[in-house]
Write a protein that binds this ligand. Structure first.
Ligand SMILES: NC(=O)c1ccc[n+]([C@@H]2O[C@H](COP(=O)([O-])OP(=O)(O)OC[C@H]3O[C@@H](n4cnc5c(N)ncnc54)[C@H](OP(=O)(O)O)[C@@H]3O)[C@@H](O)[C@H]2O)c1
Length: 397
């Protein structure tokens, strides 16, 4: 069975490829593809596995993409930014008649794709196509489904949290995406959708060890779109984030409050430049001036906790108020890529029964099993991972 991983040499995807090699798999051929064949070849050489091969494609060239995927079984899309690339990739994958998975974390991509003809076309062709099976959305939202199925009769509120070390692996797409996510931060309150930039409201949240209590603010993230598809009656949904160190969080707060995330073009010396273009250029220049971690340094860095996250739920059980918090501590990149690889294997084995384009919460029916399998594999791959669940039942006499 053949898996094609678009963006397979990316900062997140590689953790999934290594997991797939470590665990043996139904895939006996795995193709890592991006626009840079030489880089992919070097990575394949280092991975030293007979099943992994290198290829080259620019995914915006739909004819070339079709040629690459036409004889595979599953397409995993780890490229980004998703709001620019995902639509055409899904369109081509439907044309080629292949199952599909990604870890899209871009709300605009979800809106565009689900409003289009693509879900109907995928269903007509009997394809299973899963969007958003990474860390968040992905593991955190599946953890919420698992907790909901274990403890709740009904849900009123879901809040997702993540806090990440700014040195976590992330490609060039990440900073631009971050500015978009703090400019447009939709949330659902009392059943109604609102949208406002981050940092206008902040809370203190206890992530547990080692990050402890942190300032968090809302961030534009797809769970506002994905989770209500699983839990349609939910009244409140929001996603809140922080950064390590706190100065990185404050830096984004300063940019946001100064209006530097706006996309409105200004005329600067005859050139149309938006405040966001300027902010992104400065951030990229700052990043480029910092030393890049060597592979050994990165390995050492990832031995510690570099990201914390949590799922908080409120609802009812047997007529009583019940609250749940599941806190996790580990590393963001394996937590992003390993769920995607497990999902790709499920697609290959025919374990995803639903057809059409689905969010991860709709696709994964046995959420508890999925959560346990992800945790087991992250630990077996040698990464630290802690999870702690707390349940509070309130009764009034
Ligand atoms: N759901 C989650 O929990 C989660 C978590 C983290 C990240 N993400 C998302 O995952 C995406 C990838 O993140 P990352 O940190 O891995 O980024 P990255 O390191 O930049 O990786 C992106 C990969 O896509 C390839 N690529 C980009 N444009 C392409 C094109 N036109 N044609 C073919 N290949 C292309 C890149 O290779 P070349 O440039 O060599 O072509 C690279 O291999 C981002 O959109 C990010 O927002 C999701």
């Amino acid at each position: 069975m053949k898996l094609v991983v678009l963006g397979g040499a990316g900062s997140q995807a590689l953790y999934g490829i290594r997991d797939l090699i470590n665990h043996g798999s139904i895939f006996d051929e795995v193709v890592i593809s991006s626009r840079n064949l030489e880089k992919n070849k070097k990575i394949v050489e280092k991975l030293n596995s007979p099943i992994v091969k290198a290829a080259e494609v620019d995914v915006s060239d739909q004819a070339a993409l079709y040629e690459l995927i036409k004889d595979c079984d599953v397409v995993a899309n780890c490229t980004g930014p998703y709001h620019i690339l995902a639509y055409k990739i899904i369109e081509t994958t439907i044309k080629a008649g292949k199952h599909y998975i990604d870890f899209c974390d871009d709300i605009e991509a979800f809106n565009n794709i689900f409003e289009s003809e693509l879900p109907k076309k995928a269903e007509e062709k009997g394809l299973s196509m899963i969007m958003g099976l990474g860390a968040s959305p992905g593991f955190l939202s599946i953890l919420a489904c698992s907790a909901e199925q274990r403890y709740f009769d009904s849900l009123k509120e879901a809040i997702f949290y993540f806090a990440c070390d700014e040195k976590e692996p992330g490609g060039p797409a990440v900073l631009g995406h971050m500015l978009e996510c703090i400019h447009n931060a939709p949330y659902i309150k009392d059943g109604e959708k609102f949208n406002e930039p981050s940092f206008r409201e902040e809370w203190d949240f206890d992530f547990g060890e080692p990050y402890g209590v942190r300032k968090v603010t809302r961030i534009g993230h797809p769970e506002v779109f994905t989770f209500p598809r699983y839990s349609p009656g939910i009244q409140n949904v929001s996603i809140r984030f922080s950064l390590e160190p706190f100065s990185a969080y404050e830096g984004f707060r300063d940019l946001s409050l100064a209006g530097l995330t706006s996309n409105h073009k200004l005329n600067i010396n005859g050139n149309p430049v938006s405040p966001r273009d300027f902010a992104l250029a400065v951030l990229l220049a700052q990043k480029a001036s910092q030393p890049v971690m060597t592979e050994e340094e990165l390995k050492e860095f990832l031995k510690g906790v570099t990201a914390c996250a949590a799922t908080e739920l409120h609802g009812k059980k047997d007529g009583k108020d019940i609250s749940y918090i599941g806190r996790v501590a580990g590393n963001m990149a394996p937590l992003t890529a390993i769920p995607l690889i497990i999902g790709a294997e499920m697609l290959g084995k025919g374990e995803i029964s639903k057809k059409g384009i689905m969010v991860a919460e709709e696709a994964i029916e046995d959420a508890d099993k999925f959560v346990k399998e992800t945790i087991k594999r992250i630990r077996q791959d040698g990464f630290g991972f802690k999870i702690r669940e707390e349940l509070t039942l309130r009764e009034e006499y």
